[in-house]
Design a binder for this molecule. Structure first.
Ligand code: SF4
Length: 173
């Protein structure tokens, strides 16, 4: 599928966790994703992540907010997200903060978040307070600014693209 640089997007549409994750990974990826480019469907690494997610906590149930699917929420409310990565990243934390914000907008009192890394048996606690809320709002603003840009953002350095499912589009591989 080819991304259409002139493709339209709904500026008022809610942003999902994937938008925030891509914002932190690569603005170009976010821009392309917002215009319907979806090479991650069928990508081996993405499929691996989905398998890890589906098999690690088999009794948990996704919470589907429409624009975002939260792995699960425990009493409190505490937002949980599972990652197949072996390296905790700021993008994962930002994604969980975004979920906290989406829940809060629905009138839910959110306590905090947790990112689970089953492959390295680690968890990272994510605070939900005034600063985290401000960061979540800032990430949304930044994502909307990237999406609204009139042309595709530049590529990252080649070595930062390793494993990215958009590599065919960006580098013609
Ligand atoms: S291949 Fe590189 S430049 Fe292209 S979307 Fe992925 S990380 Fe960004």
């Amino acid at each position: 599928m080819t991304a259409d640089p002139s493709g339209s997007f709904d500026d008022s549409a809610s942003l999902g966790g994937v938008h925030i994750k891509y914002l932190y990974h690569c603005p170009r990826q976010l821009w392309l994703y917002s215009r319907g480019y979806r090479p991650e469907q069928g990508n081996d690494l993405v499929a691996f992540g989905e398998v890890v997610d589906a098999t690690t906590y088999t009794r948990r149930r996704d919470i589907d907010l429409g624009e975002a699917k939260i792995d699960w929420v425990t009493t409190g409310a505490v937002v949980h997200e599972t990652k197949s990565s072996r390296v905790p990243s700021s993008a994962h934390a930002a994604q969980v903060r975004h979920y906290c914000l989406l829940l809060e907008r629905r009138g839910i009192t959110v306590r905090s978040g947790v990112v689970h890394y089953p492959l390295i048996r680690r968890t990272t606690d994510i605070l939900w307070n005034a600063q985290a809320r401000a960061e979540a709002h800032a990430a949304e603003d930044e994502a909307r600014a990237v999406i609204a840009h009139g042309s595709v953002p530049p590529r990252l350095e080649r070595n930062s693209c390793r494993g990215c499912s958009y590599i065919d589009y960006c580098w013609g591989e």
